[in-house]
Design a protein around this ligand. Sequence first.
Ligand code: PLP
Length: 376
Amino acid sequence: MSVRRDTVERKTVKFVVPSRTYSALKEELDAVYFDVMAKGALIDREHLKNFEANLANFVGTKYAVGLNSGYDALHVSLRAAGIGPGDEVIVPAHTFVATCSAVVNAGATPVLVDVADDFNIDVTKIEPAITSETRGIIPVHLSGWMADMPALMTIARKHDLVVVEDACQSLGSSINGKGAGSWGLTGCWSFYPFKILGGYGDGGAITTNDEEVALYARRMRYNGEDRKTGEYHGHGFTCLLDNLQAAFLDVKLRHLPSSIVRRKAIAGRYRDALSDLSDLTLPHYTRPGFDHVYQNYTVRSRQGNAFSEYMKMNGVEVLTQFRKPYYRHAALKLVDRGFPVTEAISREVCSLPMAVETADDEVEYVIQVARAFYGK
Ligand SMILES: *Cc1c(COP(=O)(O)O)cnc(C)c1O
């Protein structure tokens, strides 16, 4: 199996090209940059407040609180819920490590649960993991596709558990029109550059309908201080979303609906061109009411590394998160209770280039290389 070089001209396809998105939005981004700089509006100013209002509106919650990262959003959410030492929190075995680290750093114990074939927490495995110490669940909506929230919320209500949504990869996704990040006590967001709404550095936020939680997060992100009275309401953190980042994110949020349309178009093209390859499982699921926004286009190849290495060798930058599951890293001291689906996914995953700035001819090249690997 090799690329027929007489018919395929070799290209390089990057996973993301941030400079292209900048070129496309240059006028608007430059304008807010100059506005922020001219006003010297650096910390907790109008751009942050505007972005928070627009984000809450987009997600469908009353409040949004800008923080320094998705990790901070998770950590502050758990603390706002009063979760700490002695408490157990259920997290998926297949996620970015920060989901789990937030639980550990809040002083609680993570209890890992395997995922299903859609990469999200297997809701049938949640109840067997609940003990008398369980206080919360963190469903992760991976790659732009939401966890089964209707089923999960029913379990949470039955056992009186707090739900903190790790929605870091799914801004704009929804189930029956109800947005990711509006189901649980909080929705946690990351604006790390390569997320669906990416900033120009780190950033994050909490969305919530709970006024107390919003107030708690506003104080804790600023060392526990109520900025109006100067009163400290607890030992807090320094984890405020920068006003300049908020200004950039507000511009990009306006373009998010059209960028989701573009992502869906790329996903549709991959589906049309790759679905006959029986050793390649594509991330398309049929669940009425569930909307996929394709933050990532993660395929599973039965050939694992052989497939991903072939893609790279032929100039296609792919991601193979997370070949070694986080719970297998010894220093994290986590309990591996055996997670067969996570293990299989970890061997097989390969995320193809899927960014708003990925061009049509690049998508076609990715398709050609993937097909060539399978001798097609
Ligand atoms: C990116 C991400 C995080 C952490 O976000 P940061 O902003 O990098 O701290 C947490 N969970 C998931 C699922 C993520 O993808």
